[in-house]
Design a protein around this ligand. Structure first.
Ligand SMILES: [Zn+2]
Length: 346
């Protein structure tokens, strides 16, 4: 494969959108340091030698331990506004114009360590403030609120009741299903997702990341998924691939995440080329950019330099991601025009 030396600059300048990025996963080391200082929290229980330059993991459990520590630092609406604005600054610096950002309301509402959780109203106001600041940076945000499948059991209804309450943030576009798939199947959440659809929220669950094709099929057939977070293991079942193509369901693919959480053995072995060759709709994303020390330009560059994606495919994926998003029509039109006008040989 020949290396295109100008590709990082071209990818940076390309007007972009991102559809799979977690607000609580966007915290950088700098943000963790800032919030720990704000709340006078000692970080040595997790990082005995001090905060690292970049976070590192050896699988999902080790990732989760650090992730939940970061989560414990989010204690107010102001903290949520801070991390939204930090994420928006990173997105703006990469020419990302629109992002659908997943946030896990449930984890903020819980009482933690003797502290009461954030109230529904404060959660909404914090996200609204962060979204307002993001717009000033030129980044439009659509929110996805997800059910954490390994924390909120199917007999709990915290998230769906919140979604139905009318106290949700401005720009809410969809419901997700996050958390660890192994041992936590999608099908028991059928009722939650039916209720979400009834109030106009489409389903964009995670599936086919740490579990196989069956998990993706449940997400589609039981939850009514219109996009799938990850879904890379759909290739294990050709009839499922046909189903995804027939229904035009886009996969939100996150190469670095799959590498660090050991969904793939080596990033060079990532199945992105096979997904594209199969005719599946695919967009590229960061998942948890702070924790994984990545950004969207890096993910697109990995696709170019290690996985053989060319410029025309990048342009097609960005345009297709606009169509698979829940972006307001006037912003969609402006963004598509910019992408179409972007010179392929700049
Ligand atoms: Zn995710």
């Amino acid at each position: 494969m020949s290396i295109d030396a100008s590709i990082p600059t071209w990818l940076h300048d390309l007007p972009k959108l991102e559809l799979h990025v977690h607000l609580e996963g966007s915290m950088s080391v700098a943000t963790v340091r800032e919030l720990a200082a704000r709340h006078d929290v000692d970080t040595t229980a997790i990082w005995p030698d001090g905060l690292p330059l970049a976070f590192s993991f050896d699988g999902f459990p080790s990732f989760a331990r650090q992730f939940f520590f970061g989560l414990s630092l989010l204690r107010s609406g102001a903290d949520l506004a801070t991390i939204t604005d930090d994420l928006a600054a990173t997105l703006a610096s990469q020419n990302v114009r629109y992002a659908e950002i997943t946030t896990t309301a449930y984890t903020h509402f819980l009482d933690r360590g003797g502290r009461s959780g954030i109230s529904w109203g404060e959660y909404r106001e914090g996200l609204n403030e962060g979204r307002r600041r993001a717009a000033e940076r030129g980044v439009e945000i659509g929110w996805v609120i997800d059910i954490p499948r390994d924390l909120e059991m199917p007999d709990q209804t915290v998230t769906i009741e919140y979604l139905e309450s009318g106290q949700t943030p401005d720009g809410l576009v969809a419901i997700g299903l996050g958390g660890y798939e192994v041992g936590f199947p999608a099908a028991p959440y059928a009722e939650h997702f039916a209720r979400a659809r009834a109030i106009g929220l489409p389903a964009v669950p995670h599936a086919g990341e740490t579990e196989g094709a069956d998990s993706v099929r449940q997400a589609v057939e039981v939850l009514g998924a219109v996009r799938i977070g990850h879904g890379v293991r759909c290739l294990e079942d050709p009839s499922l691939v046909d189903l995804l193509i027939d229904r035009g369901i886009m996969l939100e693919v996150c190469p670095t995440s799959n590498d660090l959480l050991q969904v793939v053995e080596r990033i060079e072995d990532h199945p992105l080329p096979e997904l594209l060759a199969a005719g599946l709709r695919v967009c590229l994303n960061t998942d948890d950019p702070g924790w994984f020390a990545t950004d969207l330009v890096t993910e697109l560059a990995i696709a170019s330099e290690l996985l053989g994606v060319d410029r025309a495919q990048h342009l097609a994926m960005q345009l297709d991601a606009v169509d698979a998003s829940f972006i307001a029509p006037e912003i969609a039109l402006a963004l598509k025009t910019e992408i179409v006008d972007y010179p392929i040989d700049a």
